[in-house]
Design a protein around this ligand. Structure first.
Ligand code: SF4
Length: 371
């Protein structure tokens, strides 16, 4: 099994917190899609297994029209794919767009809702309103989309617990199959980060941020969602197959400017610039950097990715893949967190984050890395 990620680096406008690579120049969209098709052809032998999941992410893939998306699918062998996701902005979903999605091979929509608080949506420069989110879900449902995910954010400057609970209420009322929720990050070189460094906004106190995270877990699990990864929740049978394959170290090929690829023993990343990307591919070159992964790096990736999941690290599988030296190192570095109640060493030979460990997972993972 393998995954295909397709990066669409166009946005109608830039949100103030976003550190992803994207551009608001749209005139080159058609040419960019043609370049993606060419890259797919050039790399047809990168994956040695059938494509099991496809994720069209961005940027804002819902800026693409039917002709552009059809051209893309014409150049992909998706016959073995069981999950094909497109990221959409709620305000792009019209009745026509929702029907178009269901005419294409797409069977999952992931929407960046972020919050249902309209003044906060304006503050972070999202283009949609709370009503747009509700309408988009309804339109998608009416058109036949049976698998919808939304992204939420919390720990906005000045956000109260009541406001966050209100966002959770709204999210639950939508009845979507999948939810991802992230604490607001202050990425360098973003307008939001500048506001922070200039003292115009303040970060949420860690105690409140932790309380918001645990409220999210409690509310969503009570409502029947499985908390299957640090930031991800799904109704039964609706885990994200594509993202799960990242956490399970399944090979994937990333197409497009700034896209990353992984084939177990190495990773590659395309140049994060549309012009350089398109110029190189048109010359028949792959504009990518390449890194062979040594044993320590592969071990570190495995620990970091597996610990994010509710299954945790399977110590026997770790010994099979890396040898007993790595298994023992893993257990030794975990010991103090097991003693502190932040990790659990289970009877079936796994290491899992406990409820207490979930909020400080970054610190635990970084302490468990081989340096
Ligand atoms: S958050 Fe999404 S829509 Fe906003 S700038 Fe980033 S990629 Fe574009």
């Amino acid at each position: 099994m393998a995954g295909l990620y397709i990066h669409i680096p166009f946005c109608a406008s830039r949100c103030i917190y976003c550190g992803f690579y994207s551009t608001t120049r749209h005139s080159m969209r058609r040419k960019y899609i043609e370049t993606l098709c060419r890259e797919i052809a050039m790399r047809h032998d990168y994956l040695h297994e059938p494509i099991h999941t496809i994720y069209i992410g961005g940027g804002t893939p819902s800026l693409l029209d039917e002709e552009q998306l059809t051209l893309l699918f014409t150049n992909i062998d998706y016959t073995a794919a069981t999950e094909i996701t497109i990221e959409c902005n709620p305000d792009d979903i019209t009745p026509q767009y929702a029907s178009m999605i269901n005419r294409l091979p797409i069977n999952r929509v992931s929407m960046g809702a972020q919050t249902f608080n309209d003044s906060r949506l304006r503050f972070i420069r999202r283009r949609h309103s709370s009503n747009d989110i509700e309408l988009a879900v309804k339109l998608l449902r009416d058109a036949g989309t049976a698998n919808i995910s939304i992204d939420l954010m919390y720990s906005f400057p000045g956000e109260t617990m009541d406001e966050w609970q209100n966002d959770i209420d709204h999210a639950l009322a939508l009845g979507v199959e999948h939810l991802s929720a992230y604490s607001l990050m202050f990425e360098e070189n973003t307008p939001l980060h500048l506001m922070l460094t200039e003292g115009r906004i303040k970060e949420t106190e860690e105690e409140l941020s932790a309380a918001m995270y645990y409220a999210l877990i409690d509310r969503l699990t009570s409502a029947g969602y499985e908390h299957y990864e640090i930031s991800n929740f799904a109704l039964s049978g609706y885990r994200s197959q594509h993202n799960s394959s990242y956490w399970n170290a399944t090979p994937y090929m990333g197409i497009g400017a700034a896209a990353h690829s992984f084939d177990i023993t190495s990773r590659q990343w395309n140049v994060p610039d549309i012009d350089s990307y398109m110029a190189a591919v048109s010359r028949g070159e792959l504009p990518m950097e390449h890194e062979e992964l040594d044993m320590d790096t592969r071990y570190n990736d495995t620990v970091m990715l597996r610990l994010r999941t509710c299954e945790g690290i399977n110590l026997n599988a770790l010994a099979d893949d890396f040898g007993n030296k790595y298994r023992n190192a893993c257990l030794n570095s975990a010991r103090r967190y097991i003693d502190d109640g932040m990790l659990k060493h289970t009877d079936d030979g796994r290491l899992r984050l406990t409820r207490r460990g979930l909020f400080v997972s970054d610190m635990i993972m970084s302490d468990m890395m081989m340096v």
